[in-house]
Unconditional design. Structure first.
Length: 243
């Protein structure tokens, strides 16, 4: 690095220090700043004499900074949205006839679909995807009268009350997407089956989280459909109305 480069770096550090001092004097927390839109620094020096007749140099000029707060950029965490919209062909399927009067039911218990992120930020499932695939194949073959999702089908660790490592953060949307796909697969596998999803304490984490952290938003529905599911609920997010 040349002397010229050293000089430029010293000037840059000096100016940054002045900006930081300005924030401190103004009571602005640097952590709350989203973006610095514009900085204008005007610098010059003035010469005066003190009472003893000695020359004194004064640094003059000013600093103006235009900043935007972090909240103006939107939430740091991605907003939870509905799972993917999936169109299932409405095939005309005749329910199977039973000769003995008995009906069939397949129970899918406690799947706890969820994810964590490995060191490379890749999503790794905490549920057994192969076992669930086998269940879907079995339902396709047997065409049961009833399919029961027997609670705790979603894990939702981000919304729970227990301490988490960063690996489980930003995983809720992936769970919503997977369960939406699963519901579509079940409906396609057995078009005439009645599908019942029983809420477990893990699904209830979503509504409990709203009650504990955003009560004013609890139970919000779309304005044009007041009888629909709340927009932050598993039935709405996973398109229950379609499946």
């Amino acid at each position: 690095m040349s002397i010229s480069d050293d000089f430029k770096e010293d000037i840059a550090k000096s100016r940054l220090g002045k900006v930081a001092n300005l924030f401190e004097k103004s009571g602005i927390d640097i952590e709350e700043i989203g973006k610095i839109q514009k900085i204008k620094i005007s610098e010059w020096q003035g010469l005066t004499k003190n009472e003893n007749g000695e020359a004194e140099i004064h640094d003059l000029g000013g600093i103006s900074v235009v900043v935007s707060p972090k909240w103006a950029e939107g939430p740091e965490w991605p907003v939870i949205q509905q799972g993917p919209a999936i169109k299932i062909s409405k095939e005309s399927v005749t329910p199977k006839a039973t000769t003995d009067g008995w009906k069939t039911c397949v129970v899918l218990p406690d799947m706890q679909a969820g994810y964590f992120r490995d060191m490379s930020d890749k999503l790794i499932s905490t549920h057994d995807e192969k076992a669930i695939d086998i269940c879907v194949a079995f339902i396709k073959k047997t065409k049961p009268d009833l399919v029961v999702m027997n609670g705790d089908n979603a894990d939702l660790p981000e919304l729970g009350k227990y301490r988490l490592t960063p690996a489980f953060q930003r995983t809720t949307q992936a769970t919503i997407d997977y369960l939406t796909m699963l519901m579509a697969r079940l409906r396609a596998a057995s078009p005439t089956s009645r599908i019942v999803w029983i809420e477990g304490n893990h699904e209830a984490r979503l509504s409990n989280y709203m009650l504990d952290n955003a009560m004013a938003a609890f139970g919000l529905r779309r304005g044009n459909k007041p009888e629909s599911w709340p927009v932050l609920s598993i039935p709405y997010l996973c398109w229950f109305v379609d499946f």
